[in-house]
Design a protein around this ligand. Structure first.
Ligand SMILES: CC(C)(COP(=O)(O)OP(=O)(O)OC[C@H]1O[C@@H](n2cnc3c(N)ncnc32)[C@H](O)[C@@H]1OP(=O)(O)O)[C@@H](O)C(=O)NCCC(=O)NCCS
Length: 378
């Protein structure tokens, strides 16, 4: 075996073909099936974006109504999963809870293993509809509050905020969350999407694939970075202190959460939209200090790191956005799950349509011909 094709972290390795999202990391472009992400963020809804990714074209009005109606009709979770949810320690991290609960949905599916495409699509629809319910119920469970049952007259983002807080969100909050969901739906062969494709390529079930993807997303180098950004913003005492805080971290060679990306060497186009959203929401909710700290950090990073292609990524301004929507810090990464279920499912469908088992090689660097030493002689 040769090390010739070895790329640490699989950087630059093409491991799948996709028609779902296109990224030009040098120019800072992201498109879903050819449509620039900014246009979808402005004009689409999360449900329509998911339909688009799952079907390869935008829906007609009756198709969209049918799709959103089907999602709404499935907001309720199985009674057995609700019973399990009530046994989860209230101290559990929401990402651990949501991983376990999505996995548990498979236990209550009489045919969890079916992987023909229409069945996978049907199961994915339920996972998409029920992930927000699982998360909102877990949040209420850990506070010892009764569950706010889903309101099936509401879209996914509005209903989630309604279940989470027990009251209807403002249209501005709903719109902001919906835009966040659109921006987070798909993103090439990121780590958790790759995980989904790897698992489904064994012809395992969709619950296993999405559960594995949630595990991947939790890491601080992936979806967990948005919580790191918020912790950093909270740790900076004032806007004026931002520069010194960042310089100190950089001097210690610490990475600044919310900056840098394996693919983007230019401004992450999702961050462009989130920055606008964060500014507006911070203004509307009286948290302009958060936005100002963020722009102060960005200015330092721009001076110090832009030459190396390190810019804000999707997590940087989503932290302020989520905070201003009123989400608790430890629900930031789970929000990423809600949005990304749409993309993971689209990739599972795409993988299964042209499947070949993922099974890369390793370069063995250990010894050969080692004699076995009996235990008493070690
Ligand atoms: C996303 C990330 C993992 C990409 O990693 P990668 O492609 O493997 O790049 P590396 O970690 O090897 O970094 C390359 C160089 O840029 C620097 N760098 C990368 N991200 C940085 C950051 N956020 N802050 C400061 N320096 C950073 C590294 O220190 C390294 O510098 P060096 O060449 O002097 O050693 C990385 O940028 C990171 O850890 N960012 C912070 C976490 C984050 O926001 N993740 C969410 C991504 S959407």
């Amino acid at each position: 075996m040769t090390t010739q094709n070895y790329a640490k972290g699989l950087e630059g390795v093409i491991a799948a073909e996709t028609k779902l999202s296109y990224i030009d990391g040098e120019k800072g472009i992201l498109e879903y099936i050819g449509i620039p992400i900014g246009e979808l963020a402005e004009k689409s809804t999360f449900e329509e974006t998911v339909y688009f990714l799952w079907n390869g074209r935008l829906p007609t009005k009756p198709e969209l109504d049918g799709f959103t109606g089907a999602i709404r009709s499935r907001y309720d979770i199985p009674a057995g999963v609700e019973a399990l949810l009530n046994t989860i320690p209230k101290t559990a991290e929401p990402m651990h809870a949501i991983r376990t609960l999505v996995s548990a949905l498979g236990l209550h599916d009489p045919k969890p293993n079916s992987i023909d495409l229409p069945t996978i699509r049907d199961k994915a629809l339920s996972i998409l509809a029920q992930t927000p319910t699982l998360l909102a119920y877990f949040h209420q469970h850990r506070q010892g509050k009764p569950f706010t049952r889903p309101d099936k007259s509401l879209g996914l983002s509005e209903n989630f905020l309604y279940m989470l807080n027990g009251k209807r969100p403002t249209p501005a909050m709903t719109k902001a969350l919906d835009v966040c969901m659109i921006l987070h739906t798909d993103h090439g062969l990121n780590n958790s999407t790759f995980t989904t494709r790897v698992i489904i390529s064994t012809e395992s079930d969709i619950y296993s694939a999405i559960t594995g993807a949630i595990g991947s997303l939790r890491g601080p180098l992936h979806g967990g970075a948005n919580e790191g950004v918020m912790r950093m913003l909270n740790a900076i005492p004032s806007v004026a202190a931002s520069e010194a805080f960042i310089q100190e971290k950089l001097a210690k060679k610490d990475k600044i959460p919310g900056f840098g990306h394996r693919v983007y060497k230019a401004y992450d186009p999702r961050a462009t939209h989130l920055k606008v959203l964060a500014k507006q929401l911070a203004h509307d909710t009286g948290h302009t200090d958060l936005y100002e700290k963020s722009t102060a950090i960005e200015a330092v990073m721009n001076r110090e790191k832009a030459a190396k292609g390190i810019y804000p990524n999707v997590d940087f301004y989503s932290a302020t956005t989520y905070y201003c929507i009123g989400l608790p810090l430890d629900l930031f990464t789970p929000m990423f799950v809600i949005g990304r279920v749409g993309g993971w499912s689209a990739h599972a469908l795409e993988q299964l349509a042209h499947n070949r088992l993922y099974r890369p090689d390793v370069d063995y660097t250990g010894p050969h011909g080692v004699a076995y030493t009996p235990i008493e002689k070690r």
